[in-house]
Design a protein around this ligand. Structure first.
Ligand code: SF4
Length: 343
């Protein structure tokens, strides 16, 4: 049976009309699904008994609880959700002093093949539907306490653009969860045409994975550089009017001896000149099969200080959930779908 959860109000209205129900049923359905807490269509008490029965014949409410959870010593939790394709995705819940963030996955695995990423090593196994993306928010036991949403889990969000845009619409629409787009950040490695469409059709913040300002180096880390070079991505960002409220940030994972030199700081300052942005420095968590390592703490702090001296707002992202493989770049369900015989 098809889930109602994950459908826009327009789609819910179409469903109602197809069942010969009044058009305002679409609005009522959206209200039940996105604003109230019910566990079945039967509980939609302002719908006639006939309407509920017709809907129940073909549809189900559609949110699904996680199938597993691991808790880190720092309080971060990693939830496992099953998908319609009988695969799994991971979702991270990151509690902090003044905010609680959920990190959403958008694909099962990923096709982008970034050298430093466990999800990339898993390969691509499918796109999530808008409902499956939203379900990672709504079915989290902590969902009512969430203050921020980041699309930074498994997969490249802009490689699943239609479903991501639909999920953003449902998150922010008045008839949906009515969340502020200023609480939502979508991350991308820089798929230029999809990025332009995202900027045009959504108001959520943008985070671009940069990782090095030098083309050849970036190509080795991120194969996408060959198709959509950073200069092209930055050119589009530079010409976009972000207004005062919307934010663009650049993610920068530090790798020892590779992208942590004063020369990198200088080039970063040059290529980002004229873009109102911030850089988030991320500590690298070593993954099997790559020679990459993290710099020591002094190098990380010095890199940040040099960027700040260049006038770039820079933060060092706290490393969360490393012990349960919930940290950046560590999400992977490879062992669930393909048993690791090497142990
Ligand atoms: S870093 Fe992002 S885009 Fe690159 S392989 Fe991992 S999930 Fe895909």
């Amino acid at each position: 049976m098809e889930p109602l959860f994950g459908k826009t109000q327009d789609e819910l209205t179409q469903i109602a009309l197809a069942l010969n129900l009044p058009p305002y049923t679409g609005r009522q359905l959206a209200e039940w699904i996105y604003k109230k807490e019910i566990s079945s269509i039967e509980e939609m008490t302002n719908l006639s008994r006939k309407a509920r029965s017709l809907l129940s014949n073909s549809y189900r409410l559609g949110w699904l609880p996680p199938t597993n959870v691991q808790t880190s010593s720092d309080g971060t939790k990693k939830y496992l959700f099953s998908t319609q394709q009988a695969k799994y995705v991971e979702t991270a819940f990151i509690p902090e002093k003044n905010r609680n963030t959920v990190c959403l996955s958008t694909q099962v695995g990923c096709k982008m093949g970034c050298l430093f990423c466990m999800t990339g090593k898993q390969g691509f196994q499918g796109n999530l539907s808008a409902g499956e993306i939203l379900n990672q928010y709504r079915s989290l036991p902590e969902w009512k306490s969430l203050t921020n949403i980041v699309y930074m889990g498994m997969g490249e969000p802009l490689d699943n653009l239609d479903e991501v845009l639909k999920s953003l619409e449902i998150f922010t629409a008045e008839w949906g969860f009515a969340l502020s787009p200023r609480r939502i950040t979508v991350s991308t490695i820089g798929i230029t045409p999809a990025m332009i469409e995202f900027l045009d059709r959504s108001e959520a913040h943008l985070a671009v994975s940069l990782h090095t300002p030098f083309d050849e180096e970036r190509q080795k880390l991120m194969p996408i550089q060959q198709i959509y070079p950073l200069t092209e991505v930055l050119g589009q960002i530079r010409s976009w009017d972000f207004g005062r409220q919307r934010r663009v940030s650049f993610e920068y994972i530090l790798f020892r001896g590779l992208n942590d030199s004063p020369g990198h700081v200088k080039e970063l300052a040059r290529i980002l000149n004229g873009i109102r942005c911030r850089i988030n420095l991320i500590r690298f968590h070593p993954i099997p099969g790559t020679p990459l390592e993290s710099p020591d703490e002094n190098t990380i702090q010095a890199f940040k200080a040099q960027l700040v001296r260049k006038g770039i707002t820079t933060t060092i992202r706290a490393s969360r959930g490393q012990d349960i493989y919930a940290a950046c770049g560590l999400l992977s369900t490879k062992q669930l779908v393909q048993p690791d015989r090497d142990g």
